[in-house]
Write a protein that binds this ligand. Structure first.
Ligand SMILES: Cc1cc2nc3c(=O)[nH]c(=O)nc-3n(C[C@H](O)[C@H](O)[C@H](O)COP(=O)(O)O)c2cc1C
Length: 182
């Protein structure tokens, strides 16, 4: 496989994992994923992403018990060895002022890119991951003792997959991309 094919394979193989083995991850594995996230591009290179790697069982249990919004049951999250809280540092003036002109939320885009780098890196290690956006921001803030400047953007579960999840369908390219004008 050439580099381009390997890359697309990684992207294709990444699916949201909701079945995990009861096994810890090594610091090397976690740091590999964080390093990929650290290298993400960002508007004006402001790098607003911050990561809290939650390994502690009690904190993870409290996130699962108190930190999730109702309506999407996520019992599988209790079995995940690592939950990464992806946060945005809101202090930079670029990210506060520029959206007033452009209407673009740069810090969310930046954090999204970093988070996707992280989950793709996890995939290359054979790890499973899942983005979790259905959480209570206030509860997560208190549980993780986030300063006011940090806004929780997403939780990302990380662990060893028990089984591979089947890929979900995607819109066809002809429905989402056009040449020169819409
Ligand atoms: C920003 C974001 C938030 C998400 N929130 C949740 C969530 O709260 N719970 C969950 O089980 N899956 C969540 N997902 C996973 C999506 O359901 C999943 O990515 C989508 O169905 C496509 O499936 P795939 O990831 O297996 O390709 C989220 C994904 C993204 C990108």
């Amino acid at each position: 496989m050439n580099q381009a094919e390997t890359f697309l394979e990684t992207v294709k193989n990444r699916t949201s994992c909701r079945n995990y083995l009861d096994e810890d991850l090594s610091d090397e594995e976690i740091n590999f994923c964080l390093e990929a996230a650290r290298l993400a591009p960002s508007a004006c290179n402001k790098q607003p992403w911050r990561f809290i790697v939650v390994k502690d069982l009690e904190t993870r249990t409290r996130i699962c018990r108190d930190g999730l919004l109702p309506g999407i049951p996520m019992p599988w999250l209790k079995t995940v060895p690592v939950i990464i809280a992806l946060c945005a540092e809101r202090a930079t003036s670029t990210h506060r002022l520029a959206p007033l002109f452009s209407g673009v939320n740069y810090e969310l885009i930046d954090c999204g890119i970093a988070g996707e780098h992280l989950v793709l890196a996890a995939e290359t290690l054979g790890l499973g991951s899942c983005w979790i956006g259905w959480f209570k921001p206030g509860k997560i803030r208190r549980l993780l003792k986030l300063p006011r400047s940090l806004k929780p953007v997403s939780l990302i579960s990380l662990g060893r997959p028990e089984k591979k999840t089947e890929p979900r369908s995607r819109l066809e390219l002809k429905n989402i991309a056009r040449i020169n004008k819409w």
